[in-house]
Ligand binder design. Structure first.
Ligand code: SF4
Length: 191
């Protein structure tokens, strides 16, 4: 059933102009990510728990690749999504904006690795809600931010100086000069 959903989302992404594949598990996604990186020597890294759980970073480093954090001058940039709709809209929310910047313009190629848990059945507002109520609370805890969501687990649209939600990007299509691939993984990854 999940696989069927992922195949449908992949088809929606292709209609929007992305390359999109479905990986049956983390190991397949890791192999695909490594193949993507093979012809590039500088790899940009979007600070993703999903990619960490997949073991992509460790695998890239063990192949001798230079993995650079959040760099627009990397040749290929890897990241995940905070949320994605079934019809292929991708939502990412940043505090600094360097992750989303690198996913829009700069690298020659962008690759998302996205677990099935990131897909929402509603529209873009559901995706933003998911990002703020499921992704931001654990991110705030991980980053030691004193925000309401870190404490209570739900977004309060805060005015905290520690707020991490400052830039919300909705990708409707791959940006013009940035060929983008999405690897959907039939596993729950990251948050
Ligand atoms: S706006 Fe504030 S409370 Fe809401 S998710 Fe972002 S950091 Fe947390």
């Amino acid at each position: 059933m999940d696989r069927e959903l992922l195949e449908r989302v992949a088809e929606a992404l292709r209609r929007r102009g992305y390359e999109a594949t479905v990986a049956e598990n983390s190991a397949s996604a890791r192999a695909e990510a490594l193949a993507e990186a093979e012809s590039f020597s500088t790899i940009g890294w979007g600070g993703s728990e999903s990619l960490k759980e997949c073991g992509v970073r460790a695998a890239l480093e063990s192949c001798g690749k230079a993995v650079l954090d959040h760099r627009t001058d990397a040749e290929i940039f890897f990241l995940s999504a905070n949320a994605m709709t079934e019809d292929g809209l991708i939502v990412n929310i940043d505090g600094t904006g360097n992750r989303v910047a690198a996913s829009i313009y700069g690298p020659k190629r962008v690759v998302y690795v996205v677990g099935r848990n990131k897909i929402v059945s509603g529209g873009v507002m559901e995706a933003i809600k998911r990002a703020k109520n499921f992704a931001s609370p654990p991110n705030c805890r991980r980053l030691n931010r004193a925000t309401p969501c870190a404490e209570k687990g739900l977004c309060a649209d805060c005015d905290s100086p520690d707020r991490i939600c400052k830039v919300t990007v909705i990708f409707e299509r791959p940006p013009t000069h940035t060929p983008t691939k999405v690897i959907l993984v039939d596993e729950s990854l990251g948050y």
